[in-house]
Design a binder for this molecule. Structure first.
Ligand SMILES: NC(=O)C1=CN([C@@H]2O[C@H](COP(=O)(O)OP(=O)(O)OC[C@H]3O[C@@H](n4cnc5c(N)ncnc54)[C@H](OP(=O)(O)O)[C@@H]3O)[C@@H](O)[C@H]2O)C=CC1
Ligand SMILES: O=C1O[C@H](COP(=O)(O)O)[C@@H](O)[C@H](O)[C@H]1O
Length: 525
């Protein structure tokens, strides 16, 4: 029955796996980002959610990492594809009844609806990632027929203003541009805004009323995406749960990282969330797991015979996990300064990649099985020593005639802050496979470029016949596998080869899987 709600396309992209494996849990960190969110029946939770009646239609929230789910990756940029000029009918707001009639929403109480509330809709993440990802899902026909999106935040905004804001960051995936503007218009018509405080049950009750009008008496499934600073998660969850839970369908909450500052505060956060939600209503998200090349990591390892035998201390000298951004906090200091680069990037995004990289072959691709292997890696890790760590903070600098502010120049950063914006660490996994191999993590903001990469440096060739061709620079003679997560996604292997012609001159070349060339016109960003 539920399948009728979803397109074949989305189902075919969502490879099957047992629903039991998809239960969220405190450690179910191998959930992909909303960008990979697909609404298909395989996400049936086993328990009925808070205040829920029997679930006629179960609509998933997040896919598990490493499944061939909908490829809807978008990093919106305000380019030619964005929808800059809003049509007049998007600026005038229709009543829910009118909207339902226009969108072909006949009132049929046997069908369910999904209401997605982006809490913190005025913020950076909502604009940059969540609305574009929702649009990408809509564009791919992966949202159910009856859906409504509400932005919720304290800022005063009309529906039209929200649509205008959202429209600036929507893009179409490059491989399917047909009807893009038309689709954007249709999508924007399903977006609404409600202004309210995060700790006001009354404000959430007013939202509830509006949601009900849109749901039109159908079974209502509700998803709250917490795109807000962590210190207000609990207030928002409490109010959403007590005043805006679904009365007859499921209610779920997506929680953004960071989940606390340390183990104790993470556990405390979970305890607080559980005052209002059951575990299967909570979906924790790490959006790096939704990145195409991170998803590809296991494919590369486990479906290519040539790599797996090399994947150990025997052949690998070190593994580098690199994240850099060429911009600073830019107004996000209020959040960032409490966490710093280690908690913002290393502890979650890079550690997830490390665990996926280093884990043993899981029993299956089910979330639970992958999680179990990742946990084993984490448990084998040696506690980090201060000697194996470097931290820093960006200062003001001038490049190309432009002067960029220092971290502490950001008005949202407390003066004199010592919060690190750069960190590098050597981590070790003390197990049979990785004993002695440094996993070098580097992460920083306001550096010279924006990139995320995994670099695997292999050992030197023992007794290399061609040593004299390389002189003293043995590193030049060693192989390196680079997985460039972003930008300009690629997987390339540096090899040595002979330069054609007389003599024996060696060269370094790349065997390069360059995504833009291989999958043109599909682009990931
Ligand atoms: N930005 C990013 O790229 C990423 C962010 N995240 C996580 O997503 C969440 C949201 O991030 P982001 O969008 O950058 O955050 P923002 O700082 O942009 O905050 C989002 C919204 O929350 C409200 N808000 C901000 N500060 C406060 C406050 N002190 N008290 C009450 N409300 C506040 C504001 O809305 P209003 O004033 O209108 O109520 C703001 O628009 C965070 O948990 C972050 O860690 C995760 C991955 C990436
Ligand atoms: O989680 C976060 O990620 C972004 C970087 O995400 P990307 O997908 O654009 O690479 C980072 O800017 C932000 O500080 C952090 O909270």
């Amino acid at each position: 029955m539920a399948t009728a709600l979803y397109s074949t396309h989305c189902r075919s992209l969502a490879t099957s796996s047992s629903s039991s494996s998809l239960q969220p849990s405190p450690l179910s960190s191998n959930l992909a980002y909303l960008q990979r969110l697909t609404f298909s029946q395989r996400f049936l939770p086993s328990k009925v959610s808070l205040k829920s009646q029997p679930q006629t239609y179960q609509i998933p929230v997040l896919t598990q990492q490493q499944e061939g789910t909908v490829a809807a990756a978008v990093t919106p940029v305000e380019n030619g594809t964005s929808h800059k000029q809003l049509k007049p009918d998007l600026l005038s707001v229709k009543s829910p009844e009118e909207s339902r009639a226009e969108d072909g929403f006949e009132k049929d109480e046997n069908e369910s609806s999904v209401s997605i509330t982006v809490v913190g809709a005025s913020g950076d993440l909502a604009k940059k990632k969540i609305f574009p990802a929702l649009f990408a899902l809509y564009y791919e026909d992966c949202l159910p027929k009856h859906f409504t999106i509400y932005g919720y935040a304290r800022s005063k905004m009309t529906d039209a203003e929200l649509r205008n804001m959202v429209s600036k960051t929507l893009t179409c995936r490059i491989d399917k541009r047909e009807n893009c503007n038309e689709k954007m218009d249709q999508f924007l018509k399903r977006c609404f805004y409600h202004s309210g405080q995060y700790d006001s049950q009354e404000n959430f009750a007013a939202l509830d009323k509006k949601l009900k009008e849109h749901e039109g008496g159908r079974t209502s499934n509700r998803l709250f995406y917490l795109s807000i600073p962590p210190n207000i998660f609990i207030d928002a969850v409490k109010c959403a749960s007590l005043s805006a839970s679904s009365g007859n369908g499921w209610t779920r909450v997506i929680v953004e990282k960071p989940f606390g500052r340390d183990s104790d505060s993470s556990a405390a956060l979970t305890r607080s969330l559980k005052q209002y939600l059951t575990e299967d209503q909570i979906f924790r998200i790490d959006h790096y797991l939704g990145k195409e090349l991170v998803e590809n990591l296991s494919v590369l390892r486990f479906s290519n015979l040539i790599f797996e035998p090399l994947w150990s201390r025997q052949y690998i000298r070190n593994v580098q996990l690199i994240f850099s951004e060429d911009f600073g906090t830019e107004g996000r200091g209020g959040y960032f300064d409490h966490y710093g680069i280690i908690r913002d990037i290393m502890q979650n995004h890079l550690l997830q990649i490390l665990a996926l990289f280093a884990m043993e072959t899981p029993v299956s691709l089910d979330a639970e099985d992958i999680r179990n292997e990742k946990v084993k890696v984490l448990r084998s890790m040696r506690p980090l020593r201060l000697d194996d760590m470097v931290i820093g903070q960006y200062k003001s600098h001038t490049r190309g005639g432009v002067t960029y502010p220092a971290y502490v120049d950001d008005k949202t950063v407390p003066s004199g802050s010592l919060t690190p914006t750069f960190a590098a660490a050597a981590l070790f996994i003390d197990n049979a496979r990785w004993d002695g191999v440094p996993f070098l993590m580097k992460a920083g903001k306001a550096l010279h470029n924006k990139r995320a990469e995994i670099r695997v440096q292999f050992r030197h060739v023992p007794g290399n016949l061609y040593n004299r061709n390389f002189g003293t620079d043995l590193d030049r003679a060693t192989n390196e596998l680079v997985i460039r997560v972003q930008p300009d996604e690629a997987i390339y292997l540096k090899i040595n080869n002979k330069v054609p012609g007389l003599g024996m001159k060696l060269d370094r070349s790349n065997l390069n899987l360059h995504y833009a060339a291989r999958y043109f016109p599909f682009t990931l960003n």
